[in-house]
Design a binder for this molecule. Structure first.
Ligand code: DGJ
Length: 750
């Protein structure tokens, strides 16, 4: 049993293999949070001593004792407009003027299996258990069901909240956090992942300071700017050491995570739907589900935390069968052709791709309506006859005849003013009556909060997939949501538009991925503007960034890797100089970095030298030879703080194989050698350098050209404790990949 109720102490404990989470039904039925940390079967109520704290009020019934205050004790799900002045989890207002919530325990249930959410993606697992705790607020008639999914083997606890209006009046919800987490111990650092278009998910680590710090997006998407994933860790926590706690939202729209350090030294974190554009009218008898949040605790540093999230996302979140399959190598037409192509140009590109060993040919933007630039045609999802006079199916047939599978770009959530769709349905675009909507990339956003619009999107995509042999879809989304107003909702429900949009999006994704399970869906939002767990529930991979410069990508991939598995990060080899940054890099280094993600190409092979074309064949063969390792292996960040290189390592589950990759970011005269210690190997095992790809390093240990006396064998201990030396370095941005394998007769039992 991973969920235990102790009657004597009125304590509910949730245990995973390495962590425990605990709450206690306290005086007057207030649900107190007593513990989240290393696994421990004891009770922690003794830690939280009631004390009289100046200006912290007491519940009316306990007014004489003066020691019990909701303002100083850790809460499992904080109310509002009561005695707790810290971050609230729930803000509401009724038509009769009730403001806030005073939540008391009513009951709890322990259930086998994992709860599901209505209209929202949620994790799954046969072995999971569910705890449901019901709280109630008497004044509003609202019942608050706290849902916990315990994935014991994964060390993950999921949380969500289901609200039931059991009263007689409409309750207007103004904030509903998915999670509230009170951590009485500190100090903590907060790591979050900020950025911008083409520079997404840059890690930033800051001490949690007094007051409230917020990470949020009000852009209608999880955004390039702030990812819905936050880690709290001990100030001395490193990759291999220290306590850390992750909170990841499974949501793709506006989000908000607040962290407050209060007067008692406690930290409270609340996370959920962003407050700025949110309100929801809940009528008597209706229910509302929040998005899910994934909590993970590690006492062994950040690497273990990341690995636990990776396994969970791959095995308990994404429902696509593609998630478990080695990814095909594709060539995408975007950076080769942009908008200017015709059938002949595409077929030439496809022939080149096939000749080099590519498996999927993907036609990007510009194939539909009369789209020759980004000014028109979104919504007109029928072929551009000027470019493809024989139609889409004819093109696909010819691509298939070459022995390639075909993939297509769509941007189904958007509408151009210059489109037949807009001319027929101008009211389908989000726009506030009497005001001109903001334009971005010359496009407007379809109002997916309207079921008939979401249905139209589903039908249009379904027709495309039914009538054409499309085996991959790149689902793009190239602007933020503004001008939130839906003509289908009354004035007092306009605060629901942003969340209803996301529900509409999920309803389309849910139906289309279920109807076409064999199609590989790749998410995209101007690159990595919607790289989140919600999208990963449907799309096994997401285009990580519009920036294909390998050196910029190093940091984007490393930042993303804190929460998300490398095999979900869309990554391609592109031309040099790079189209986004103008930087020139070696061809080999571009491939090393693309193999830190899904691996593919986004260039015109005809513009390459014969040597580079020959190199592509080798790169593809190499990727296939280790794609299972990259898909299922444990990922380690090896880069040291301030180092001039980025290095990473993947170790197979049985620890018999490992791939180490390193890219040097600066060039110096008389360079110092680099030393790197590997991780995750069997100390007693003996490893052989099975192969290496070297783009600029000379004389690597274990290779024929090195001068060291030992043969091409190393113990796991030697590689982990002594490390490995990268001796001499030539040229700009050199890189290397080293694959070590355990010798057959070596011990694998450690
Ligand atoms: C943004 C995407 O991220 C690019 O890869 C490309 O598909 C363009 N949109 C096409 O408009």
């Amino acid at each position: 049993m991973s969920i235990v109720f102790d009657q004597k102490s009125s304590t509910l404990s949730l245990h995973t293999r390495n962590s425990s989470y605990q709450m206690q039904i306290g005086p007057l039925g207030y649900l107190l949070h007593t513990y989240y940390g290393r696994r421990c079967e004891d009770f922690f109520d003794y830690l939280h001593l009631p004390r009289d704290c100046g200006f912290s009020p007491n519940p009316y019934t306990l007014r004489e004792g003066r020691g019990f205050s909701l303002d100083t004790l850790p809460q499992e799900y904080s109310g509002s407009n009561g005695a707790d002045f810290r971050l609230s989890s729930l803000e509401l207002r009724t038509d009769s003027g009730v403001v806030g919530a005073d939540l008391h325990y009513v009951s709890h249930r322990i259930l086998q299996g994992k709860y599901r959410l209505s209209g929202l993606p949620s994790s799954f697992g046969d072995m999971a258990e569910t705890l449901s705790v019901t709280l109630a607020d008497a004044a509003s008639g609202l019942e608050v069901e706290l849902l916990y999914g315990v994935f014991e083997e994964r060390d993950i606890i999921t949380r969500a909240v289901r609200l039931h209006n059991c009263g007689t009046q409409t309750v207007c919800l103004e904030k509903v956090a998915s999670v509230c987490l009170d951590l009485p111990f500190g100090p903590w650092d907060r790591i979050h992942f900020h950025g911008r278009h083409t520079m997404e998910r840059q890690p930033e680590r800051v001490p949690v300071a007094n007051g409230i710090q917020t990470v949020s997006s009000a852009r209608g998407a999880s955004s390039h700017q702030h990812n819905p994933f936050v880690i709290l860790c001990e100030p001395d926590a490193t990759e291999d050491h220290g306590e850390c706690c992750g909170v990841m939202l499974c949501y793709s729209g506006d989000h908000q995570t607040d962290v407050e350090l209060d007067q008692t030294g406690s930290v409270r974190l609340t996370a959920g739907i962003g407050e700025r554009h949110f309100s929801w009218r809940l009528n008597p008898g209706e229910s509302f589900d929040t998005p899910e949040a994934f909590l993970c605790f590690s006492s062994e540093g950040l690497t273990v935390l990341s690995q636990r999230y990776h396994r969970f996302i791959l095995q308990n979140l994404c429902r696509s069968e593609w998630i478990a399959w080695p990814r095909p190598v594709l060539l995408n037409s975007w950076e080769a052709n942009y908008f200017s192509f015709d059938e002949d140009a595409l077929l030439r590109l496809a022939r080149e791709a096939k000749d080099l060993g590519v498996e999927f040919f993907v036609l990007d933007d510009g194939w539909f309506g009369h789209r020759d630039d980004d000014l028109s045609s979104l919504g007109d999802w029928y072929v551009n006859p000027g470019k493809l006079p024989h139609g889409l199916s004819a093109l696909i047939d010819r691509v298939n005849d070459l022995g390639l599978k075909f993939g297509l770009w769509v941007e189904p959530e958007m509408i151009s003013e210059d489109s037949d769709l807009y001319r027929a349905h101008p009211d389908w675009a989000l726009s506030v009556p009497g005001r001109q909507p903001a334009i971005s990339r010359d496009q407007l956003v379809l109002d997916l909060s309207r079921p008939e619009v979401a249905d139209w999107v589903y039908e249009t995509l379904s027709t495309l997939l039914r009538e054409n042999n499309i085996e991959y879809i790149k689902w793009d989304m190239n602007r933020s949501l503004s001008d939130l107003y839906s003509s289908s909702l009354p004035p007092d429900r306009q605060g629901e538009v942003a969340h209803r949009y996301v529900l509409g999006l999920y309803s389309v994704l849910d139906r289309i991925t279920a109807a076409y399970p064999d199609v590989l869906f790749e998410g995209c939002a101007g690159g990595g503007g919607r790289f989140d767990a919600g999208m990963l529930a449907y799309c096994p991979q997401i285009w990580c960034s519009d920036n294909t410069d390998p050196i910029a990508r190093l940091q984007i991939h490393q930042g993303s890797s804190y929460g998300y598995p490398p095999c979900t990060m869309g990554a391609h080899v592109s031309a040099s100089p790079n189209h986004q940054t103008g930087r020139s890099t070696p061809f080999g280094t571009r491939a090393v970095v693309a193999m830190a993600g899904t691996f593919g190409y986004e260039l015109d092979p005809a513009a390459l030298s014969p040597e580079e074309r020959a190199e592509i064949r080798k790169q593809i063969a190499l990727f296939h030879s280790c794609s299972d390792l990259l898909l299922t292996g444990d990922y380690y960040r090896l880069t040291k703080e301030g180092a001039p290189y980025t290095a990473w390592q993947t170790v197979s589950q049985d620890r018999r194989r490992t791939l180490v990759s390193l890219v040097l970011k600066t060039t110096e005269g008389n360079p110092k050698p680099l030393h790197l210690r590997f991780k995750g190997l069997i100390a007693e095992g003996r490893y052989r350098l099975a192969w290496q790809r070297n783009y600029g390093f000379a004389g690597l240990p274990g290779t024929a050209e090195s001068s060291e006396s030992t043969a091409h064998e190393f113990s796991g201990a030697a590689l982990m404790y002594g490390g490995y030396t990268f001796p001499r370095i030539h040229g700009d941005y050199p890189s290397v990949q080293l694959c070590f394998e355990l010798l057959q007769d070596s011990s694998a039992d450690s």
